[in-house]
Design a binder for this molecule. Sequence first.
Ligand SMILES: [Zn+2]
Length: 64
Amino acid sequence: MPNVFECGSVVPGCRFVAHSESRDEVLVTAIEHLHRVHEIEYLSDSIKARLRAVIREVAWEPRS
Ligand SMILES: [Zn+2]
């Protein structure tokens, strides 16, 4: 099942969404996004824990 990170769960108003089969890959993409777009240089353990908490597994939705 794909893993999805919605940045809006951490940064209200942001519409960035990352998804991948690999949970680690989603986490890496999310961290890169926070660095680049939100200019968060240092990710504390509590922020990382928050990121992990908002990554969730979803079923693929059929696109019709
Ligand atoms: Zn964002």
